[in-house]
Write a protein that binds this ligand. Structure first.
Ligand code: SF4
Length: 437
């Protein structure tokens, strides 16, 4: 967890620093506005004018997640059996430490020197990179945003766009300082991407182990599905000799019909796309006669507190598909970005998940307060004085029928504690405008 806490700082200090940084706030606001409007456009495309459309997709996805969660132990067993049948290995990891230990052991036992990673919040959750580096491996993030935050010595600020808090000028300067990019490297995004692509190409070719997460795992076939917009996930899973997957145990679909539905909602909710540019499927290690793919496949099924949520009051948080849409519409997140939260998952979904999953996080309860703080208007200031409201559950987003258009896609709930909110409330004027240019 150390990698995710800014050492020597408190939630209050981090928040104050973030809201004082106008450049950061402008970058975050611009990015989340873009995501939110793409998402609305993407969902609107589905509207058939006859009651189908986005709500029908949400409703169907919720039904899929409810079905998966209702029989999660059976589906996990089925998935694991398929992976084993295909010649892969499965590790059941009750805790983050167990998952870390297993991955480090795989890297050690294969004599790997370089590990190429595709973006994975599950590996952020278990703080994998420092553990691998301590074991002597060079770890390189290959998602562009992840590479940027890695070069900056930071952690992701957003669950689908890790470097959204930086603008292109900051990224160019970072490339010059950290990896000796030419000082005259243009700041046009295409030029920055081309530079990163050239640098990362060698990483894929020289990596001994590829590490990924999984957006969806399909129980009926033992497949892992990765969605990216850069194709790096495909290279990380195809070129290195060993592939390690860290799979949050709730990310299952029973079959391809369910997987297709979840992927359609994920892409539209995250970026407004019909499907991500690359949807890669890994089914077992390389088979006889196949020309690429890993010789060894290891799947680490990560519990880390999830099984305790099953059937409890926070059960539905396991339906989260990690689309990031709640961050994009959160008035708190847009004021601070993700680092102020101090752990892997920021924004509304983080306010729920952090206290539930980050048992050792000393500020985990405080994170709960962030969802309403600064939100100012309807759910914020108008209700901050209502002690009763603080004591009941406030839904980030309810069932599709209850939720207005534009709110995110699954459900979560947050309990507020009044005293904490009041203490934080004076840090920044409510509704402080963010300049968007
Ligand atoms: S809580 Fe909902 S909106 Fe937020 S990341 Fe999860 S699925 Fe997306």
């Amino acid at each position: 967890m150390s990698g995710h806490q800014l050492s020597g700082t408190t939630l209050r200090e981090r928040t104050a620093a973030a809201v004082a940084d106008e450049r950061l706030r402008g970058n975050v606001a611009r990015a989340v506005d873009r995501f939110a409007s793409h998402r609305l456009r993407g969902l609107a495309e589905l509207d058939d004018g006859q009651g189908g459309g986005p709500d029908a997709l949400r409703r169907a996805a919720r039904a899929v997640k409810a079905d998966v969660l209702a029989r999660l132990p059976d589906l996990l067993e089925q998935f694991a059996d398929r992976v084993l049948d295909l010649g892969g290995h499965v590790c059941w990891a009750p805790t983050a430490a167990d998952a870390r230990r297993y991955v480090v052991e795989v890297v050690r036992s294969t004599g790997a020197r370089r590990v190429a990673k595709s973006k994975s919040m599950a590996t952020e959750e278990i703080d994998l990179n420092p553990a691998l580096e301590a074991a002597g491996a060079e770890v390189v993030e290959t998602d562009l945003g992840e590479w940027i935050v890695q070069l900056a010595g930071e952690t992701p600020s957003h669950i689908i766009a890790p470097a959204l808090h930086k603008d292109r000028h900051q990224i160019r300067d970072l490339f010059v300082d950290a990896v000796a990019a030419p000082a005259d490297l243009p700041t046009e995004p295409a030029e920055l991407v081309a530079f990163a692509r050239r640098r990362l190409r060698d990483v894929f070719l020289g990596a001994d182990v590829g590490v990924t997460g999984a957006n969806v795992a399909v129980a009926s076939t033992g497949s892992i599905v990765l969605v990216t917009n850069e194709g790096n996930g495909r290279l990380v899973t195809a070129l290195p000799r060993v592939h390690v997957v860290v799979l949050g145990m709730e990310r299952l679909a029973a079959d391809w019909h369910q997987a297709e539905l979840l992927l359609a909602l994920l892409a539209r909710s995250a970026t407004g796309q019909r499907l991500s540019s690359y949807t890669s499927v890994v089914t077992g290690p390389r088979g006889p006669g196949e020309v690429d793919g890993p010789e060894e496949l290891h799947v680490v099924v990560l519990d880390n507190g999830r099984s305790e949520l099953l059937g409890g009051e926070h059960h539905e948080m396991l339906a989260c598909i990690r689309c990031g849409a709640c961050l994009n519409v959160c008035p708190v997140y847009r004021q601070t970005g993700g680092h102020a939260y101090g752990w892997v998952y920021p924004g509304p979904m983080g306010a729920v998940l952090t206290p539930l999953l980050a048992a050792e996080h000393p500020e985990r309860d405080w994170v709960l307060t962030r969802i309403l703080w600064l939100s100012g208007t309807e759910i914020g200031r108008n209700r901050l004085g209502e002690v009763d409201t603080m004591r009941r559950y406030i839904y980030i987003h309810g069932a599709p029928d209850e939720a207005p258009m534009g709110v995110p896609s699954s459900i979560g709930c947050i309990r507020m504690r009044n005293a904490e909110i009041v203490e934080l409330f004076d840090l920044v004027p409510v509704g402080t405008p963010v300049e968007i240019s």
